[in-house]
Design a protein around this ligand. Structure first.
Ligand code: URA
Length: 190
């Protein structure tokens, strides 16, 4: 499937109940040739209103972190596990994640990112099983991939957590700072 066809499908999606309450679908944003692919959990209020991922307070922090490693939001791709806002920002239900999963898979197959960065434990759990975020945050992990047999994932704390916990915020910035070296190592590995 090509990018425009995929975006049309996501835009018209009625596969789960989240479509009922949405103002806008939030398919994802950034470069479709990005090396880094960020996956959050689901759109919040601001994202639903604007149709763009991570544009609220957590988004501003994510933007700041991306810029702290000398990159811009236009150079990376940012999306979520579900593309429509769960009511009252609750966690998406397993069946909602399941309905939306093929969209995420297609995005990854088109973009072919070198590194998938999961934001928060819910996003992490979709790709890496049997791990705890408090133990693995900031550590690159090779696991079964979507466009590659083995793909590099970097689990990070969710930026929203860092908004209320200054200790986690500094951990998050430190973990984020590892990204350029991780990318370099991926480039150098056979
Ligand atoms: N939190 C998320 O997980 N995703 C967004 O797009 C915004 C906030």
């Amino acid at each position: 499937m090509l990018k425009d066809e995929l975006l049309d499908k996501i835009g018209d999606c009625r596969l789960c109940g989240l479509c009922e309450g949405r103002t806008n679908v939030v398919p994802g944003d950034g470069s479709w040739e990005a090396d880094i692919f960020f996956v959050g959990e689901g759109p919040g209020k601001d994202e639903d209103l604007q149709g763009k991922p991570f544009v609220g307070a957590a988004g501003r922090l994510l933007t700041e972190m991306i810029e702290s490693i000398g990159m811009s939001r236009d150079e990376v791709f940012i999306t979520n596990v579900v593309k429509c806002r769960p009511p009252s920002n609750r966690d998406p239900l397993p069946e909602e994640v399941k309905s939306c999963w093929p969209y995420l898979e297609h995005q990854i197959k088109i973009i072919k990112p070198k590194l998938i960065v999961t934001l928060g434990r819910h996003s992490m759990a979709r790709f890496l099983s049997g791990v705890k975020i408090s133990e693995v945050h900031g550590q690159p992990k090779r696991a079964e991939g979507i466009w590659q047999d083995r793909q590099v994932f970097l689990p990070l704390y969710h930026p929203a957590v860092a908004l209320y916990d200054s200790r986690k915020k500094s951990v998050l910035f430190k973990d984020f700072a590892k990204i350029p070296l991780i990318l370099k190592k991926i480039d150098e590995s056979p």
